[in-house]
Design a protein around this ligand. Structure first.
Ligand SMILES: [Zn+2]
Length: 505
């Protein structure tokens, strides 16, 4: 039980809602107010398939998160956000030039990875592009994913979500995001709050799911092509991705589900329309960025190891293969299937190949921690934290390991590490959970309550947030930064509770 708990909570890919908040939101409660999700819900459904299936696919996409028991397809897992420092850094790096070309600021736009093995990407309000893990796993190159992201940026600059969502947002005040958030909340130990959010989101998303028009898709394609060209990134991947989609149309059921292109099948016209724009640009013949491509392959292998059934991962990356990618994938596959020694051997091989690679050190430490060896995990995790310039996600795992040693001598460092993590990534419920734990163990119940208030406010549990914030206020010296923060949360939560009451009337 303890081991399972550890595995889930220390999970490096924290099922956390953290990054789904656009910058500008604070506290997290705003997330729930986003409009209905708008996927580019144009799935490739084989021409022969019944239209009913297509409809069901749409519904399932929004419903999977809420109805973990829905078994319409094996792909219908609960949906959650995947968080990983290496993946997030790569996605941010390879997206930044496109974001700039779209006239947006890289610091405002986020690419969020959703744990779903189907191929899809969508925007759902704010400046957030959601990409299914299946898209990353199925893509042949990083450049293909850049094409997909360029298209989604076109939906953001086109204002398609806010236009379509007006009214619906008023009516429901909730979206698919709340489902993701709900699951994240549960993973982070806020079960009840999570379940509440989930039920509301499920209902709303089921009834309010809107489509982009054909015209919007065409203008978005054009915008995406423009951004690629302006960023000096070849559109070859974009076209390749479309072609793959078209081929998958005829191999439906064999490969992974393609929910991308749902309402508008990739037509030859659509491909032809952007081909000319892309092919006539100087960027067309630019070689692929080898740094991105190499890092992308690592991330793909990591996702395979983490997400594929272990047996399938081991088949794809057989024992004899000694590449970095194979070690990466096998480390997770062995770890998940309960072979700690084999998993550790794979991480040793990774670290031996690049001793100061922070992500190799991270996986080594994570696997040791989850194998019940927190003391041994400290050195690699400390080095990974430093090597990644204090990546908040890695720092959180490090903080967790420090606490897991149950050695009082480590608690001050844990506090320091976790405080810096929440300061830089203040949308990580799990980091707040850990910080609350260490405050509790060091006899500071008021700050433990403040951490609980932060976490509850983040996942939309306003009542817990209000109660905890009031408790914190009573114990923290007045007018200190922590006291002021507690006051903020107390007020915001009280307002949110009032708002909820009014809405119900
Ligand atoms: Zn689209």
């Amino acid at each position: 039980m303890v081991a399972a708990h550890l595995w889930r909570l220390s999970d490096q890919w924290q099922r956390s809602a953290s990054d789904q908040h656009a910058s500008g939101f604070s506290g997290g409660s705003a997330t729930i107010l986003l409009g209905p999700a708008h996927a580019c819900r144009f799935s490739i459904v084989p021409p022969a398939a019944a239209p009913v299936t297509r409809r069901n696919t749409i519904v399932r996409f929004v419903a999977v998160a809420a109805l973990a028991c829905v078994s319409m397809s094996p792909a219908a897992h609960a949906q959650s956000i995947l968080r990983d420092a290496e993946t997030e850094t790569l996605l941010a790096d390879m997206t930044a030039p496109l974001v700039t070309a779209a006239g947006l600021r890289p610091s405002d736009v986020k690419v969020v990875l959703i744990n779903d093995d189907s191929i899809n990407a969508f925007v759902a309000g704010g400046q957030i592009v959601y990409v299914h893990s299946g898209t990353i796993q199925a893509a042949k190159t990083a450049n293909e994913v850049q094409g997909v992201i360029a298209h989604e940026l076109g939906h953001i600059t086109g204002g398609h979500v806010s236009l379509a969502g007006r009214g619906a947002q008023e009516a429901t005040g909730i979206s698919i995001l709340s489902m993701v958030l709900g699951l994240a909340a549960m993973a982070a130990g806020a079960g009840e709050a999570g379940a509440g959010v989930l039920a509301a989101g499920q209902q709303a998303a089921m009834t309010k799911y809107l489509a982009f028009s054909r015209q919007q898709e065409a203008s978005t394609d054009a915008a995406g092509a423009k951004y690629l060209n302006a960023a000096g990134i070849t559109g070859k991947g974009y076209l390749n991705f479309f072609k793959t989609m078209q081929q998958q149309e005829y191999r439906y059921g064999i490969t992974r589900k393609v929910e991308y292109m749902l309402s508008h099948p990739v037509s030859s016209e659509r491909v032809a329309a952007i081909s000319e724009t892309l092919q006539s640009a100087p960027a067309w013949n630019k070689p692929l960025n080898q740094d991105w491509e190499e890092r992308f392959k690592r991330v793909q292998a990591k996702l395979d190891g983490y997400l594929l059934p272990p047996a399938q991962a081991l088949q794809k990356y057989p024992e004899g293969t000694q590449t970095v990618y194979a070690h990466y994938a096998r480390a997770y596959a062995y770890h998940r299937s309960g072979y700690p020694q084999k998993a550790e051997a794979e991480t040793e091989a990774l670290v031996a190949s690049k001793p100061s690679d922070p992500y190799f050190l991270e996986i080594k430490g994570q696997i040791l921690l989850e194998a019940g060896k927190p003391q041994e995990a400290l050195a690699p995790l400390r080095a990974a934290t430093e090597g990644s310039r204090n990546s908040p996600l890695i720092a959180t795992t490090f903080g967790h390991a420090l606490i897991a040693t149950e050695n009082k001598a480590n608690y001050d460092e844990a506090k320091r590490v976790l405080r810096s993590a929440v300061a830089r990534d203040d949308q990580n419920p799990f980091a707040w959970y850990q910080l609350g734990t260490v405050y509790e163990r060091t006899g500071d119940p008021a700050r433990a309550a403040l951490a609980t208030a932060e976490r509850a406010s983040m996942v939309g549990d306003h009542r817990t947030a209000a109660v905890s914030a009031r408790y914190a206020l009573a114990g923290i010296p007045q007018n200190t930064p922590d006291w002021i923060r507690a006051q903020d949360i107390a007020m915001t939560s009280a307002n949110s509770i009032d708002g909820d009451k009014r809405k119900r009337k």
